[in-house]
Write a protein that binds this ligand. Structure first.
Ligand code: KIV
Ligand code: ZN
Length: 433
């Protein structure tokens, strides 16, 4: 993303931990409008979907799963609006989800007719519990569903030659499936599609329910990448959920294990505990000096849009974007931040204690970094005064000011606003003149 690439922190940051780490951004696919939407108490209206779409495009997503149009009329209508109102930029590809069932596949193609380029994402479940209890099918029965679905996707595509089709297959519940069997199912699909280096297919490996440590998932992905047929003709995609709270970690380790692409949502909305949070992973990359190829500088726009479309508030301590994550109340932290900020040069790599990135890089100001309550020592109030009045207090006066500020904070049992610091300063010191 041009705007993001221009950010100085990209050049400023050291690669301090060389070695086994991600070196470049994966391909991203947002599933906010599908997986995120299907988990909401009140699914998004078409207007909310339009707003979310606008944000995703502004952020620079190039692949966006826009719904399950064969299963939902609002999804169908939204996809038609995207195409008929010419809302899809040249460099953005829409993706639609469909179960491996003939009539649903036919309806899906009708929904996306006229689009320039589309990822048709077909899936069926493969895990033992799904095979035995939900579908009452043996392994061969599951392979047959996948192969027939793949064949149908291919034959329908031929009816719409003006669209560029990309095929994607997910063995749903991959991480709970015997990995050798997951390879067999996917090989059957690949055998049907015959992808090539020039025309790759996407194989998407979901942790539909996260049920093991992230390294176990990464081992499954690594085994899969080694064993699957025609690896060079595939884009290996990862789709993790957050049941154990490790969806981002699992996605990151899966990239190290050989995957190319990540599906997830903004701030982690999605089924149960959510999908993996693309914003967190993108910011993790950014903080290591890697351009995430997504624009997170519009953090407040991201939060406002996600909240308006999902009716879910962002936790104030949400990684990277929460309201409080660049704020220090404790005295020793404030003191360290103040000293580091005073020494930070614009052309040097960011190196400020307790602040892993420059808050300005995501559109936040330094004003909210230091806030004062009863935990704060002399540094916080002095910093606020410097900002408010441009007054630099000598050390002895900082020490004297700290006491009445702390008394006030304890009395009101909460935060002392900058205006109150000013008032206390005036009362106690300026009236003596
Ligand atoms: O979590 C999941 O397995 C899914 C699939 C449909 C990809 O959302
Ligand atoms: Zn999912």
């Amino acid at each position: 993303h041009e705007k993001y690439r221009a950010f100085p922190v990209i050049q400023k940051l050291d690669r301090r931990w060389p070695g086994n780490t991600i070196e470049q951004a994966p391909d991203w696919c947002s599933v906010d409008l599908r997986d995120g939407n299907q988990a909401l108490i009140e699914p998004m209206t078409v207007e909310q979907k339009q707003r979310m779409w606008g944000l995703l495009v502004r952020m620079g997503f190039k692949e966006i799963e826009v719904g399950f149009p064969a299963a939902s009329q609002p999804d169908y209508d939204f996809v038609r609006w995207l195409i008929e109102a010419n809302q899809i930029p040249e460099d953005v590809t829409i993706q639609v989800l469909v179960q491996a069932r003939d009539e649903l596949i036919e309806r899906t193609y009708e929904a996306v007719a006229g689009a320039r380029r589309v990822v048709i994402h077909v899936y069926n479940s493969t895990s033992p519990v799904q095979r035995n209890k939900v579908f009452a099918l043996d392994k061969q029965g599951i392979i047959d569903i996948a192969r027939r679905g793949a064949a149908k996707v291919q034959s329908e595509a031929r009816k719409y030659p003006r669209t560029e089709w990309v095929f994607q297959y997910s063995p749903e519940s991959f991480s709970s499936t015997e990995v050798e069997f997951a390879v067999d199912v996917c090989n059957a699909v690949i055998d049907q599609w015959q992808p090539s280096r020039e025309k790759k297919a996407i194989i998407n490996l979901p942790a539909t329910v996260e049920s093991a440590m992230p390294n176990v998932f990464a081992d499954q992905v690594e085994y899969f990448c080694d064993q699957v047929n025609q690896r060079d003709a595939l884009i290996i995609s990862i789709h993790t959920h957050n049941d154990r709270g490790c969806a981002v970690a699992a996605a990151e380790l899966a990239i190290l294990a050989g995957a190319d692409r990540i599906e997830g949502t903004l701030l982690g909305n999605g089924e149960r505990t959510g999908n993996m949070d693309i914003v967190t992973m993108a910011m993790n990359l950014y903080s290591q000096g890697i351009d995430p190829q997504l624009d997170i500088s519009i953090a407040d726009d991201i939060i406002a849009t996600v909240e308006a479309c999902t009716n879910i508030k962002t936790h104030p301590r949400h990684p990277w974007l929460g309201e409080l994550v660049y704020t220090a109340f404790s005295g020793s932290h404030q003191d360290a931040i103040r000293k580091c900020l005073a020494q930070q040069r614009a052309d040097e790599h960011w190196d400020v204690a307790y602040l892993p990135i420059d808050p300005q890089d995501i559109g936040r100001s330094y004003q909210s970094v230091i806030r004062v309550n009863s935990q704060s020592g002399k540094g916080g109030a002095a910093y606020l005064l410097e900002q408010q009045l441009g007054i630099e207090l000598p050390r002895w006066l900082q020490v004297e000011l700290a006491q009445p500020i702390q008394t006030l904070a304890e009395k009101q049992q909460g935060e002392v606003e900058p205006q109150q610091v000013l008032q206390v300063f005036r009362q106690h010191f300026m009236s003596r003149e």
